[in-house]
Write a protein that binds this ligand. Structure first.
Ligand code: APR
Length: 234
């Protein structure tokens, strides 16, 4: 029998217990910065040094963070089901935990991209990005992240994946931004939708959805255990 396809839509809340800040948790500030001063094309045009410095700090935070029990639970899930993770997170904690299919809707902070060829990506390894760091074609490098107001190229692939979900798990996201929020209705064929979040977002507070008002590290391992125990291969 074909294994059910479980699609997981994750957001900043799944990495919160690894010590990485959420976006809308601290009075609208992201690590003390107004996001519009550091995460928009306008910010880059006005003050690229500040933007690079900000993302260099975030990159160091990501490297120092470790995957947590919620990331690990999704790796267990993969041993029993077909699992695809669509994450809004720019960290690599899903991959470092061991998940194999991860779509990054908003980019990846450990990569840089050329400002003259958006498809030219550079793995940063343990490096920062500084002004004057150029792609092989001579364009300044910038973080490979989607800023407010920019297109989200991965959304087409993500929407196709969401449409094939037999089960949808929404964890650690406020669903405050589109097109990510649109992936929940796109999963219209899913026979069950689970939401793991201590504060259930209004848009998914719906009859029929399984609402788990817990943190990712407490709610997700429990949910994964239940799904595995109820699976035909358990
Ligand atoms: N476990 C689970 N959920 C948590 C936890 C936790 N330990 N801590 C906080 N949360 C929840 C909050 O209740 C909130 O609903 O995580 C959510 C975090 O929401 P946001 O900060 O808005 O993050 P996210 O939904 O990922 O933001 C989406 O917006 O700013 C842009 O591009 C950025 O990818 C980001 C996108």
């Amino acid at each position: 029998m074909k294994s059910p396809h479980i699609v997981v839509l994750s957001g900043a809340g799944i990495s919160a217990e690894s010590g990485l800040d959420t976006f809308r948790g601290a009075g609208g500030l992201w690590e003390g910065y107004n996001v519009y001063d550091v995460a928009t094309p306008e910010a880059w045009d006005e003050n690229p040094e500040l933007v690079l410095r900000f993302y260099n700090m975030r990159r160091r935070d990501v490297r120092a963070a470790r995957p947590n029990a919620a990331h690990a639970a999704l790796v267990d899930l993969e041993r029993h089901f077909e699992v695809t993770i669509i994450t809004q997170n720019i960290d690599d904690l899903h991959e470092r935990a061991g998940s194999s299919k991860v779509i990054h809707l908003h980019g990846e902070i450990l990569k840089a991209r050329s400002t003259i060829r958006t498809d030219l990506l550079v793995d940063l390894g343990d490096r920062d990005i500084e002004m004057g760091d150029l792609c092989p074609r001579g364009g300044q490098l910038r973080p490979h992240v989607v800023w407010f107001g920019e297109l989200v190229p991965e959304v087409y692939r993500a929407a196709k994946v969401a449409e094939t979900a037999d089960i949808l798990i929404v964890v650690g996201t406020s669903l405050a931004v589109y097109p990510a929020a649109g992936l929940v209705p796109a999963a219209s064929k899913a026979s069950a939708v689970y939401v793991v979040n201590p504060e259930i977002p209004e848009s998914v507070n719906r009859p029929g959805y399984h609402l788990i008002r817990k943190t990712a590290c407490s709610g997700l391992p429990e949910l994964v255990r239940e799904l595995i125990d109820g699976s035909p291969s358990a």
